[in-house]
Design a protein around this ligand. Structure first.
Ligand code: UD1
Ligand code: MG
Length: 453
């Protein structure tokens, strides 16, 4: 198969964003516009990806560091044809070149595959729009063959009536593309080197010009302002919501869900309103997520319930757990099956084994908790001595009384009981009651002070 090179145009200024950040670095569903386009390019197994950037200094190359994209500076910006030309030295003659736009973030690989089905010639992605204003129009002859693209500013009144428009996305044999780009002139209304002028050249050279259409209109919508960005974000979130609903997920309100990454759900999952899912989140069968939870990079196993206003990040949760409301699970949290974490409990970098519970107001950090442990209200693991972090170990069947501080490193042995209000600084023995608490006394006959007259 012919190799594929992708050129992503991203040099435009983005004036209407009213931002110091280059337009293509603004985010849609948690990922920058240009990263989304790069993602689609990668799904096509492109052998070479070039990003043509212009504004914002080296912000774009910096943001793309670590990807295999080649960043090419276009300075000054003399039009879309000139932009593609800047990338040509990096692209092999025998490849096919696909031109994508950094500010058209939702183009789907399936649509691009559709374009790749044509074996040769120039392939344009076009779309019929009820309101074609602002777009280049696709001009066809009596046989229905494409003969040119006319930019709106250069179009005659009759041409402006055409509703089939140029999305800007095209696929061309690189050798031909290079020769056409070399012949571009800027004798037009905008004094720019229009990429679209290659269509007329292809026709002159007897090269077939084919067209393909996107599966969804939203795939070719561009972002020029915050209004368009917000609108496209909602469009995308509705696409995600419909995908989940189609799979059988229950969403209390598909318009009040935000997926900023990849959400995978088992059967009979229920998600209440206002939840945000970030990174990669996997929910097992029968998982229920209450209102206004924020869940990032997490795996939650079958039958677990997450009550409202819970934050979960970088955590693994076993089956049949009960979490929240108002719980916070931080990175490195590993909960085994049937664990209960209640309100205002924070857990970090800790392993909590089967059927253990911390139901109220606690901090559990750098801790290993065994099975069937009960952590009383207000228990704090003091894991940080100001310089280093230390581990706390609580073995199976231990009972930690309320308002206990466990000063790490420390170990509470199997079956031990800690009396409420204790500060535990040394390991405690198996099966025994340990407490550190001054004896309670009563001063009989003591009088409360009274206000002086
Ligand atoms: C372009 C097309 C038009 C099409 C429309 C779809 C041309 C001449 N016209 O018009 O037919 O209907 O897109 O949205 O191609 N860019 C650069 N360097 C430049 C100029 C532009 O990188 O010198 C980038 C922009 O950042 C943007 C894209 O190319 O991502 C399109 O540029 P824009 O100026 O928006 O072109 P349009 O006039 O909208
Ligand atoms: Mg445009």
């Amino acid at each position: 198969m012919t190799q594929l090179s992708v050129v992503i145009l991203a040099a435009g200024r983005g004036t209407r964003m009213h931002s110091d950040k280059p337009k293509v670095l603004h985010e849609l569903a948690g990922m920058s516009l240009v990263q989304r386009v790069l993602g689609s390019a990668h799904q096509l197994n492109a052998s070479r990806v070039c990003v043509v950037y212009g504004h914002g200094g080296d912000a774009v190359p910096k943001a793309l560091q670590g990807s295999d994209a080649i960043c090419v500076l276009q300075e000054p910006q003399l039009g879309t044809g000139h932009a593609v030309q800047q990338a040509m030295p990096h692209v092999g003659d025998d490849s096919q070149t696909l031109v994508l736009y950094g500010d058209v973030p939702l183009i789907q690989p399936a649509t691009l595959h559709q374009m790749q089905k044509y074996e040769s010639g120039l392939v344009l992605l076009t779309v019929n729009l009820a309101n074609p204003t602002g777009y280049g129009r696709i001009v066809r002859n009596n046989q229905g063959d494409v003969t040119a693209i006319v930019e709106e500013k250069d179009a005659s009144p009759e041409q402006r009536e055409i509703t089939e428009v140029n999305t800007g996305i095209l696929l061309a044999p690189t050798r031909l593309l290079k020769s056409w780009l070399g012949r571009l002139k800027n004798s037009n209304a905008q004094k720019e080197y229009y990429l679209t002028d290659i269509v007329g050249m292809a026709v002159e050279d007897g090269v077939t010009v084919q067209t393909a259409q996107p599966q969804h209109e939203w795939e070719i919508l561009g972002v020029n302002s915050k209004v368009q960005l917000a609108s496209l974000e909602r469009t995308w979130q509705m696409v995600e919501a419909e995908r989940l609903l189609t799979q059988g997920v229950t969403l209390a309100d598909p318009a009040r869900l935000d997926v900023r990454g990849k959400l995978e759900c088992g059967r009979d999952v229920e998600i209440d309103v206002g939840c945000i899912f970030e990174g990669k989140v996997t929910l097992g069968n029968r998982v229920r997520v209450g209102a206004y939870c924020v869940i990032k990079n997490a795996v939650i196993a079958d039958g677990s319930h997450i009550a409202p206003y819970t934050h979960i990040d970088g955590s693994t949760i076993g089956a049949e757990c009960r979490i929240g409301p108002y719980a916070r699970l931080r990175p490195g949290t590993m909960l085994h099956n049937e664990v209960h974490i209640g309100n205002f409990v924070e857990v970090k970098n800790s392993d909590i084994n089967r059927a253990s519970k911390a139901n109220h107001l606690s901090y559990i950090g750098d801790t290993t908790i065994g099975q069937r442990v009960n952590v009383g209200a207000g228990t704090i693991t003091c894991n940080y001595d100001g310089a280093n972090k230390h581990r706390t170990v609580i073995e199976d069947d231990a009972f930690i009384g309320s308002d206990t501080q466990l000063v790490a490193p420390v170990r509470v042995a199997r079956g031990a009981t800690i009396g409420a209000g204790s500060t535990i600084t040394r390991d405690t023995p198996e099966g025994e009651l340990t407490l550190s608490r001054s004896k309670q006394t009563t001063i009989s006959g003591w009088q409360r002070p009274v206000k002086k007259r």
